[in-house]
Design a protein around this ligand. Sequence first.
Ligand SMILES: Cc1ncc(COP(=O)(O)O)c(C=O)c1O
Length: 300
Amino acid sequence: MITNGSQQCLDLIGKVLLGRGDPCAIERPGYLGAIQAFSLFEPAFVPVPLDAGGPEPGALGDAARAGARLFYGVPNSQNPSGTTWSSERRREVAAALEGTGTIMVDDDAYGELRFDGPARVPLRALAPERTVMTGSFSKILAPGIRLGWCVAPPAIMPHLVTAKQASDLHSNTFAQQVAARYLASIPVDDHIARITGVYRRHRDLMLALAADLFPEEVSWTRPDGGMFVWLTLPAGCSSLALFETALKSNVAILPGLPFYTDGGGDRTVRLNFSNADEASLEEGMHRLARALAGQLRSAP
Ligand SMILES: Cc1ncc(COP(=O)(O)O)c(C=O)c1O
């Protein structure tokens, strides 16, 4: 089903699968837009900790056995942490959900923006009967065109279609025609290779500058695609305070707090490397490093 951006899929999935108090498992940290979309249906969020390989299968199994209606995750180059689930972890996630009533929601907004290594198997291939997969044209074409999609098993799709019709009857057909004709008129794979080439260079620059400039107590992820690097600040630092200081020198960062459904995350920060050009990235990282050093000096 074509939707009004993939964000609409999250709203529709919430409408179909979530009611007040229903357990809803989600990565910790998790995509803020999903937390916002699902929150309207007042579920009881069950955070599943994310490590470098993906969500912890033990915690996910517990959530599924406790009746989670769905487990929402971004297995490729996650927003916000940049994490990609390993192949092994994908199989473990599918195994943890097997035989339970929990639906996997695989949000693949960043799957095409891959810099390193081969593409990983989508969850839909491992658990076709229980996976809803969503995707977006925003990251490869233009966010303003508001086109996304979802693929769902036969038991779920009719409900999503009904919810979609009640929301907006259908997605903008003019925008779909424009996107279809444009994509048919260009070598899409070359286009994706070009933008991933630019983003890869930006990522490499950001990581190299972080290694050169950031105090050694700060740690960060090394995303293999997507748009984000995730920082963890040392004890005593606050991402909100860093946000205030960095903003005074015209550098925008995103404090990690809103990506946590259970509090915490106050020492985490999301950095975006896709948007700014290389000169601005370099200058921004220098300014951020100065703000970080200032925080560390004043930390208790
Ligand atoms: C993980 C994730 N899912 C979904 C979306 C929504 O994208 P759109 O509605 O533009 O397709 C975003 C946008 O940033 C995202 O990061």
